[in-house]
Ligand binder design. Structure first.
Ligand SMILES: Nc1ncnc2c1ncn2[C@@H]1O[C@H](COP(=O)(O)OP(=O)(O)OP(=O)(O)O)[C@@H](O)[C@H]1O
Ligand SMILES: [Mg+2]
Length: 291
């Protein structure tokens, strides 16, 4: 069976330059599987998610590679077809629940718009679905929340709304981009539990982006470690925690305080290891430029 999401040799550059932000990234997510994408700030984790969802910043362009979603070659198809396909099959749970919502609009239409515009639902069906979804993410008074503005809700409530919104169109793949980072620790736990619950109930494949190896050990089956836009190691989670292969992965694990506890912040990774992995990447870059 081919993976639901298959990224092959994906390189992204700053437009008009050969400065690579992603370096021949290959990555697969099977149907129903939760894969971690781990790395320090600036590694390119969000860039991979944005490349899949077709929302790269204007300054970034794809230089080579393929992104296949459900056996369809996303980068080869016309923009409008791509948008429709992604809208129907994939969704994002964003990092920052405040900036992801439009502050001047009520919650209800922010959930229903996508259903109406991309999937052609009727307003009435979309409104019913929105209320049902808020119930699913354990929001007590859905009608009140649907009529609220984002600033009237707590950070945790806003993230519940965004999780509901991500699952609205029954996506087969959800990309969760550091979905708990902006929240405080007790809320992080509830939100992580909710994401797992929704993922299991819907059988959704998930790419779970995080810098926190403690969270990965709790939710993922496999993981990819990224450094400077390059895949450093891919492994089953159990094998990885039993002993990562690459020196950088070892250092990253060592920099995660008590990695079995989620919601820890990363300590600096050992400098000598960073120097070594950077040299390794520069050598590979030389081969890329001249190859
Ligand atoms: N709009 C942009 N134009 C040019 N470069 C960008 C842009 N956005 C991000 N970058 C660069 O791309 C690289 C990868 O950024 P990305 O946001 O994917 O990192 P990340 O791994 O998600 O980090 P974080 O954990 O901080 O979210 C970084 O070096 C960043 O400076
Ligand atoms: Mg990011």
């Amino acid at each position: 069976m081919t993976p639901f999401l298959q990224i092959e040799n994906l390189s992204a550059v700053i437009r008009g330059t050969s400065d690579r932000l992603l370096r021949s990234v290959s990555l697969e997510v099977n149907s129903g599987e939760v894969c971690g994408l781990v790395g320090e700030s600036g590694a390119g984790k969000s860039m991979i998610g944005k490349a899949v969802l077709g929302i790269l910043p204007a300054a970034v362009e794809i230089a080579e590679g393929q992104v296949q979603l459900d056996d369809e070659d996303l980068l080869a198809m016309p923009q409008a077809d791509r948008r429709r396909l992604i809208g129907a099959k994939a969704a994002l749970i964003p990092q920052d629940p405040l900036t992801a919502l439009n502050p001047s609009r009520r919650i209800g239409p922010q959930i229903t718009d996508r259903l109406i515009d991309i999937l052609g639902w009727t307003r009435r069906d979309a409104a019913n679905r929105a209320a049902e979804l808020l119930d699913e993410v354990h929001i007590d008074n859905p009608q009140r929340v649907l009529a609220s503005y984002p600033h009237e809700l707590s950070g945790g409530m806003r993230q519940r709304v965004l999780i509901a919104s991500a699952f609205a169109a029954n996506p087969k793949l959800v990309i969760a981009d550091e979905p708990t980072t902006a929240l405080d620790v007790t809320v992080q736990k509830q939100i992580l539990r909710l994401i797992r619950e929704m993922q299991e109930r819907h059988g959704t494949a998930m790419l779970f982006v995080t810098h926190d190896l403690g969270v990965v050990s709790k939710v993922c089956q496999r993981l990819t470690v990224l450094f400077a836009g390059k895949v450093i190691e891919q492994a089953d989670v159990a094998d990885f925690y039993a002993g990562p292969r690459h020196g950088y992965s070892k250092a990253l694990l060592a920099a995660t305080p008590k990695f079995t506890e989620p919601f820890t912040s990363l300590m600096p990774v050992d400098r000598a290891v960073i120097t070594a992995v950077t040299a390794e990447i520069e050598a590979a870059d030389g081969a890329w430029h001249h190859g």
